[in-house]
Design a protein around this ligand. Structure first.
Ligand SMILES: *Cc1c(COP(=O)(O)O)cnc(C)c1O
Length: 514
């Protein structure tokens, strides 16, 4: 661990290693270009920069300046100018309708909480916070590490990542994007957003099965040496825009700092006070970023991990046993319908004392038996840090209605899961006073049917009628980019079976499997 601050104007060099092979030492450009490590591990910083003594200084910065300061500590092989350029291009007022994130006080519900709205970007979900900047990180990284290769971004999506990746990478020179989504696992609005995507370097394909199937298929391709050789022969290389890519996680650390400072500026906490963070969780990326912020010195107490009916993480936090051998539910919060949370691997690496061997054993057990037990020591550490809770569809609908009626705030289905788990936390622990930041991850209009049906019976109209009805009820206009979808032509309708994924990739790229 080293302290924030520069010796002779320079930040200390940051290197990265893999969770499953800690002998590797790579630069930020290399890990962002590669996405995932060859042996299947995830890249993590060798140590986390400590900024706890610099909070007062960081608190005065606007979002772009704060992001630039924090990124520089991690991207030490980027020049200062390169980091600043990435930030400037990503978080424009035009793309985000002003400041990239907004903190909204939620009054009228029990406890002491604020919602951190992370969905003011182009696709109306929090994925934009990372995917608007990842293409800039990636193209800068590619120039440094593998000069003349074109990057093929493969994405498995439970709905929101796909659209955000398409929007972030569209027509970015030197990149192509292929998105796979589960045929029956995304909302009609999410499907429409992807099917109408514009851009000359994009492809979208539905696949049979659920999100885990899609994610496994994509991970298999990444680590398939024959596929990698074929791409190499054609001047191409795979990269990932899923939250297994370090370049996805890093941007998410920033908004927890920013929200904390906003809370202080609003007088709801004093600099140095402990706050809690609640996150509606799927692949464990967003909440992991909050954990990293905590480890860097942000005064965060408990991390509230909120799951829907697919409560594999709730059970894990409570028992120390991760068991994916259970029914998979398609819920009203589809972006959290996940039974294999990839980024948990990074947490377990940290909490096991960076024991790659032990970690690889758990991951092997997960793929072979569907289950592993982290043992007493790690379980205790997890429970000190995390509170796990889950909320089913009925609870989600009830929370949307109650939050609307008592606080005058309309949340989307994912955010509602976190609001309800915060309520459970207050009830179970009696801690209603610690200021809590709840991540609000999508616009309610993106899930209009389920949000509206929580307030009144549906009349059988389509998504656009549901949006119009919500607008009438709330007096708030839906984001322009959702309303416009109605008139956009559908470009992508292909659906394939899981086993055809590799073939589809080669066909789309116009290269042969040889
Ligand atoms: C992706 C997503 C989540 C889950 O985030 P993870 O980082 O995968 O845990 C929650 N809500 C929405 C709206 C999302 O798009």
């Amino acid at each position: 661990m080293y302290s924030y601050g520069r010796k002779k104007g320079k930040v200390m060099r940051m290197t990265y290693k893999s969770t499953r092979d800690s002998t590797l030492r790579l630069s930020a450009a290399q890990v962002i270009s590669r996405g995932i490590s060859q042996e299947g591990g995830l890249f993590v910083p060798e140590s986390l920069p400590q900024v706890g003594s610099q909070l007062a200084k960081l608190a005065g910065l606007d979002y772009q300046a704060l992001a630039t300061e924090l990124f520089r500590l991690f991207l030490t092989d980027f020049s200062e100018q390169e980091v600043a350029d990435c930030v400037k291009q990503a978080y424009t007022a035009k793309k985000f309708n002003g400041e990239p994130v907004k903190l909204v006080n939620l009054s009228g519900v029990p406890g002491n909480c604020s919602l951190l709205e992370l969905w003011h970007g182009p696709t109306c979900a929090f994925k934009d916070m990372a995917l608007q900047i990842l293409p800039h990180f990636l193209t800068t990284s590619l120039k440094k590490s593998v000069a003349d290769k074109e990057a093929v971004i493969l994405v498995a999506t439970s709905g929101d990542t796909g659209k955000a990746a398409l929007e972030g990478f569209r027509d970015v020179p030197g990149t192509r994007v292929i998105v796979f989504y589960p045929q029956n696992g995304v909302s009609p609005m999410q499907k429409r957003q992807m099917a109408t995507q514009e851009g000359g370097n994009v492809a979208v394909c539905a696949i049979e099965g659920n999100f885990d199937d899609a994610q496994s298929a994509v991970k298999r391709i990444f680590t398939d040496s024959a596929m990698n050789r074929v791409l190499d022969d054609h001047g191409l290389m795979f990269s990932s825009a899923n939250s297994i890519n370090w370049g996805r996680l890093l941007p998410q650390i920033v908004y927890y700092f920013y929200a904390y400072f906003q809370l202080c500026a609003a007088g709801k906490a004093a600099l140095g006070d402990t706050v809690n963070v609640a996150v509606p969780t799927g692949n464990f990326g967003n909440i992991l970023a909050a954990y990293y912020a905590r480890e860097m010195g942000l005064p965060v107490g408990r991390l509230l991990c909120a799951s829907n009916l697919n409560r594999v993480l709730t059970d894990f936090i409570r028992t120390g046993v991760y068991d994916r051998r259970r029914e998979f539910y398609a819920t009203t919060s589809p972006s959290m319908d996940i039974l294999i949370s990839s980024n948990l691997e990074r947490l377990l690496y940290a909490l096991s004392g960076e024991d790659s061997h032990r970690l690889a054993g758990w991951m092997d057990q997960l793929s072979e038996e569907g289950c592993y037990d982290v043992g007493e020591d790690v379980r205790q550490k997890i429970q000190r840090l995390f509170f796990g809770g889950s909320c089913d569809n009925a609870g989600t609908a009830r929370t949307i209605r109650e939050t609307w009626e008592t606080a005058g705030y309309l949340c989307d289905t994912h955010t509602a899961v976190a609001v309800d788990v915060y309520r459970q936390y207050v009830e179970e622990t009696g801690d209603g006073s610690t200021p809590t930041i709840i991540a609000s991850t999508a616009s309610p209009y993106k899930f209009a049917a389920d949000v509206l049906s929580a307030l009144e019976p549906l009349t059988g109209g389509d998504e656009y009628e549901n949006i119009a009805r919500l607008e009438a009820l709330t007096g708030m206009q839906a984001p322009e980019q959702l309303r416009q979808l109605k008139d956009k032509p559908v470009r992508f309708q292909t659906a394939i079976e899981n086993a055809q994924t590799a073939e589809y990739v080669l066909r789309t790229l116009g290269v042969s499997g040889g």
